[in-house]
Design a protein around this ligand. Sequence first.
Ligand code: NAD
Length: 550
Amino acid sequence: MEPIRSPRGANLTARSWPQEAAMRMLRNNLDPDVAERPADLVVYGGTGKAARDWPSYHGLIRTLTTLADDETMLVQSGRPVGVFRTHEWAPRVLIANSHLVPDWATWPEFRRLEKLGLTMYGQMTAGSWIYIGTQGILQGTYETFAAIAAKRFGGSLAGTLTLTAGCGGMGGAQPLAVTMNGGTCLIIDVDAHRLARRVETRYLDTVADSLDEAIDLALAAKRERRALSVGVVGNAAVLVPDLLERGVPVDIVTDQTSAHDPLSYVPTGVEPADAPDYAAKKPEEFTDRARASMARHVAAMVGFMDAGAEVFDYGNSIRGEAQLGGYERAFAFPGFVPAYIRPLFCEGRGPFRWAALSGDPADIAKTDAAILDLFPENESLARWIRMAGERVAFQGLPARICWLGYGERDRAGVRFNDMVTSGELSAPIVIGRDHLDCGSVASPYRETESMADGSDAIADWPLLNALVNTASGASWVSIHHGGGVGIGRSIHAGQVCVADGTPIARQKIERVLTNDPGMGVIRHVDAGYEIAEAVAETAGVRIPMREGSS
Ligand code: NAD
């Protein structure tokens, strides 16, 4: 089969840009430079897919190319199931992925239905067609390590060693995020190809031939306060305990193996090449072995914590799985959101991203300059945009991400639309975000862990988020179940707007990119966070229960 790539340039094959954009972004998600396993429609994150099966994929493309400007296509877990007449302000696509009624929301039931061809796992941006490759997570990871540097190491990771595992679609951002913060990183992956791929795309500096060599390289760099990332092939459930036993002086420990899905975490004693077949044939046995391995892996992480390292769960549910594997102290270390990210969420800050439908990197360079011009006072944003321009290799359509807050995202979106109107940009820009955002997710092991009012598992918020984005004029809106942390553990929503330079797009963008981060502000005001209250007050966000009664 011919590799799938997004069309580039300013010529339409669909009837208008919003439909064209959805078609291009679906194809872009499956570009071999973007997706982890495009032949299986898998984009990233274990089995996160862009379409349920090949007939569904072709049905999606066919429908998007014929869809009218007052029609909306409905997508049920990766399959187009209907087209209805709506109106110009309505989204062109509405997506629901992986949902199950709560009592049925378990991996075995999900897999049974998946095998019958009735559902698919949408992860976050895989099934909602706004994945932009590893860069998408790079900025969030960069921010997290910057926050750790500020909290524990005087503002820089120079002279520190970070130990982590999992160098896949998302986890592959870790080594570059650490070196961008000046630190040394040792990253383990059971699959040599994953490490080699990150070296090719410059996310990882080198792969050592053995654990001994990896330790020598990493410790020399730490001593010399040199930014360096070193990969080593092996099973984390073996190597992390080994490193602890050897007393290697590690400062920070985390993990991004695909632990959220025990059929994607390779148990000790299993060759990675044999894992998919074994998992498919004996899922229960595989799950037990994976959980037992995760228990050993997490026990070693706790060992590093006891020895004084900064240890955190990086949103892959490894603590929950290790607990199911019988390890009692699994939750001894925190998740990264309560530890470092929540104050940003209170300001409506989150992962704003965009892609150039022209395919021309010059368009992204121009939008980078626009961001620097719009927010001159934000130094860390400027540092990121400059470093990203120099060091990030594009995958698929050229794209950029940066974290922007309430009152900022709408300004950036409107500016991009104006740049399309004026012809400064050679084709429209697609603007979206990760579902991992301030007001779009309920995920008690991750984004909503340890909320101040205990509302961790309340899932009304992401549903309201999708509804308000639909009402505000987003181009496509999605609600998903189970992304990031796995089936039964999260509900989340996404939106994408298309800046095609038209006046109506300008109005839609202004509303969506105000209301979407506004959800983060009101969600955190409701939970009692003072930072959010201050933002709401200054920006005039209306919160009925605070408007007093008369
Ligand atoms: P992926 O499937 O692309 O990569 C997972 C990697 O883990 C693979 O390279 C695999 O070889 C490796 N691996 C599996 N078992 C291993 C073992 N025992 N030892 C060493 N390596 C092993 O997944 P991804 O997209 O990189 O996501 C990784 C995890 O991070 C997922 O659980 C995902 O949900 C989570 N995630 C977190 C965030 C966040 O913001 N913190 C964002 C996205 C994803």
